[in-house]
Design a protein around this ligand. Structure first.
Ligand SMILES: Nc1nc2c(ncn2[C@@H]2O[C@H](COP(=O)(O)OP(=O)(O)OP(=O)(O)O)[C@@H](O)[C@H]2O)c(=O)[nH]1
Length: 720
């Protein structure tokens, strides 16, 4: 089977690759770029189509899949076969070329030619100094981490300008310092018959590169890690305390519980680990750092209060993290307790009790009276069993930081949750962007321990710095390696902070979609009233562009809160506010977490914006910039013209085309445009600070002495 690529076909037909790609799209043939291969059948269709106009043809699905797969599999190792194949298919024409212009080291025949040519050159040496002779084109080059045009030119011994021209004929516009993508590099190398290999350097700062899969037979059951969530005052803390009081001392007689951010209890000879920080903020902020520590979420709902806003938030947070939920209907001892109502209300959120044919476990309890605690624990064990939570205790420990602080006496103190393996005193460990050796370990009962297995929380000392909650940790065989990796992570962290890694935003949505790393777009939706939330949600869910789906992970009526932003950050979601604004905290968090928040007042604008972003057609975004202020000092009423505001520019300047706002006692009276701007009798383009001028406002004559006229322009926000 011949392997014809898009650009090759384009060249044959004297078309641009883009034209061919567009035509393929018309024919419903999926190609990712000019390097994609075209099957024989597709080629026939293309020929037909270019000769006769557009005949819609649906190609065999298998072929498309294959094309895509080939691109996906293009990792250094397994692509080497493809590369050799490519090289061979390109050898002939290139060698012909190179034998004319440059000495080549490939193929017997050409070698002879080269030798001859070289001899000729030597004999002419006196006339033409050998310096001028270009060095040979290498047979193979390797590179890692990208190449600029001039880097590549140097590697393959060509002039940069020649390469730029060549790239142009292949439909790639590049300057000499421009970084080339892997495909363009391959393309150029193919043209010159050079084999190219990209060396993928393993990122030593990425723990994933050090993790080896456990064998099934090495895995054993581990305790579940449980988080308690729910609305304010519904009894989360009381429940955590009751469980600890009744169980910890029961199991470990004489133990003094210590607050280390998590504790373990024993029920029916099985352990359960509770994270001791109630509330979904902690849960989600950890997740936003990439940590998934919770196996089961307990949702506490007070039976006398029912489902409240934070209950719904907690549900959505747990759902977004795909963590099973157990409902603890609390305060059933209270007068006015109505567990049925809680069930009813939760059913509306998709949590249907088993008694009613659903699959959500409901446990009724009184945290304060310590009633129903055993039932809850039993249910946790049941869910753990179903979830088949397992780990391998016989390996170096990995896990997550639950909390950490700097203690005056002990230095850096961190509570770690071991998630796999066993942590030992003396282990060399990298924690977040810091490292060290585990000097001492203390468990939740305040006892010194030497080892900690899967799902065990322990407090450790011995780190060189203070990590953050949610940071991952990993133990390494030797201290030198731990230090090396710790330092590399620290360095990377500094660089990343500097580069301010941005979360997904509407602006780069299309890029993500194009690169195929986005199949679902997560949205958090807030609106003024429930009705608009629903209307908006249903319209948004209907958008389907390029097979990418909208997924609404949380909705609510009311202002955009910090919790919305944290959820969006953790789930890489975009926040949409309809007739609502973010509160001050939310605004700050959105800025620091780099969450894209879009505010709208018209439903179709929201839909339009999302849709255009998905299609990569988002209009430039503008932001208002105040350029100056004027104080109205005198009013002139002129019958034909209207009210002229005799003003004095107190700050900045006012330009003829700026937008203006009339502010009276701090309140905006009117927003509009300038009609005329005059100095004495002359129309002027702008008036600067400390000058007087006459201003009339379009469609507004109610200017008063003492009013402030604020001028602003809309500036396009530069996208990076
Ligand atoms: N009657 C009754 N009161 C309870 C029960 N559980 C908790 N309370 C009371 O409810 C109030 C709130 O309990 P907390 O445990 O502080 O609630 P919380 O959910 O942790 O609250 P925040 O930490 O503020 O979010 C306290 O006054 C508790 O004593 C219960 O089972 N029955």
């Amino acid at each position: 089977m011949s392997k014809l690529r898009v650009y090759e076909y384009a060249k044959q037909k004297k078309l641009s690759s883009k034209q061919v790609i567009n035509k393929l799209k018309e024919l419903n043939v999926e190609v990712s770029n000019h390097m994609s291969t075209i099957s024989d059948q597709t080629k026939v269709e293309l020929d037909k189509s270019f000769n006769q106009g557009s005949n819609k043809v649906q190609p065999g699905k298998g072929e498309n899949d294959k094309t895509v797969q080939q691109r996906d599999n293009k990792q250094a190792k397994n692509s080497s076969n493809q590369k050799i194949e490519k090289k061979q298919s390109n050898k002939k024409p290139n060698q012909q070329k190179s034998s004319q212009s440059q000495p080549s080291v490939k193929g017997k025949g050409t070698n002879k030619n080269n030798r001859k040519k070289q001899q000729n050159n030597q004999s002419q040496a006196k006339v033409n100094p050998p310096k001028k002779e270009k060095p040979a084109t290498p047979e193979k080059i390797t590179y890692s981490g990208g190449l600029t045009v001039s880097d590549l030119a140097e590697k393959i011994n060509k002039d940069t300008s020649e390469l730029i021209k060549k790239l142009m004929t292949l439909g790639v516009m590049a300057t000499k310092n421009q970084n080339l993508d892997a495909e363009s590099i391959e393309l150029i190398c193919e043209e010159y018959g050079v084999e190219v290999e990209e060396e993928i350097v393993l990122d030593a700062t990425d723990f994933d590169n050090f993790i080896t899969e456990d064998k099934e037979e090495d895995l054993i059951e581990r305790p579940a890690v449980v988080t308690i969530m729910g609305h304010v005052d519904h009894g989360k803390t009381t429940l955590l305390d009751s469980i600890r009081d009744t169980k910890v001392t029961e199991g470990e007689a004489g133990g003094i519980t210590q607050h280390i951010g998590a504790y373990q209890i024993v029920e029916n000879n099985k352990r359960i680990t509770f994270l001791d920080t109630p509330g979904h903020a902690a849960f989600t902020s950890m997740r936003s750092r990439g940590a998934q520590v919770t196996d089961i979420a307990i949702l506490v709902v007070a039976a006398d209060d029912g489902v409240m806003p934070q209950t719904v938030e907690a549900i959505n947070h747990a759902k977004a993290a795909e963590v099973p939920i157990i409902i603890a209907v609390n305060k059933i001892d209270k007068e006015g307790a109505n567990p049925d109502r809680v069930m009813q209300e939760l059913s509306e959120h998709g949590l249907i009790p088993e008694d009613w044919g659903g699959d959500t476990i409901f446990v009724q309890l009184s945290a304060i009276k310590k009633e129903g605690i055993d039932d809850l624990l039993e249910m946790i064990l049941l869910v753990s069993e179903v979830e088949e939570l397992k780990a391998n205790p016989n390996r170096n420990a990995t896990g997550t930081v639950i909390e950490a602080e700097l203690d005056k006496g002990r230095g850096s103190v961190a509570t770690l949750l071991v998630q796999n393996g066993t942590l030992n005193v003396g282990d060399s460990i990298v924690v977040g962007n810091t490292f060290g050796r585990v000097r001492a370990m203390v468990n939740d009962l305040g006892r010194r321990v030497k080892t900690a297995g899967p799902s065990t929380p322990v407090e450790i000392t011995g780190l060189s710095g203070v990590p953050e909650a949610g940071d991952p940790f990993m133990v390494f065989e030797d201290e030198r390696k731990a230090r090396q990796i710790g330092e590399a992570r620290q360095q990377k962290h500094i660089v990343e902070k500097r580069n301010d890694k941005v979360k997904v935003s509407l602006d780069d949505l299309f890029e993500h979609i194009k690169q195929g790393n986005m199949k679902e777009i997560n949205l958090v939706l807030k609106a003024d009233v429930q009705g608009s939330v629903e209307a908006l949600a249903s319209s948004l869910e209907k958008i389907d562009v390029e097979g990418v789906k909208i997924k609404i992970i949380h909705t609510g009526a009311g202002a955009i809160t910090e919790s919305d932003i944290i959820l969006a950050s953790a789930s890489n979601a975009i926040v949409i506010g309809f007739n609502v604004r973010p509160d001050a905290n939310a605004r700050k968090t959105a800025e620091s977490e780099k969450v894209d928040v879009r505010l709208h007042r018209v439903i179709y604008k929201v839909i339009e914006e999302i849709e255009s972003a998905m299609k990569g057609m988002l209009d430039p975004e503008y932001e208002e910039k105040v350029i100056g202020q004027a104080e109205v000092r005198e009013i002139f009423k002129v019958s034909k013209i209207g009210t002229i505001a005799g003003s004095y520019i107190t700050d900045g300047k006012i330009t003829r085309d700026s937008g203006v706002r009339i502010i009276r006692d701090g309140v905006v009276q009117y927003e509009g445009e300038i009609d005329t701007l005059k100095r004495f009798k002359d129309d002027v383009k702008e008036v600067a600070q400390n000058y007087e001028c006459g201003i009339t406002i379009k469609n507004f004559n109610d200017v008063k002495e003492g009013d402030i006229i604020e001028a602003y322009v809309m500036e396009e926000i530069k996208r990076t």
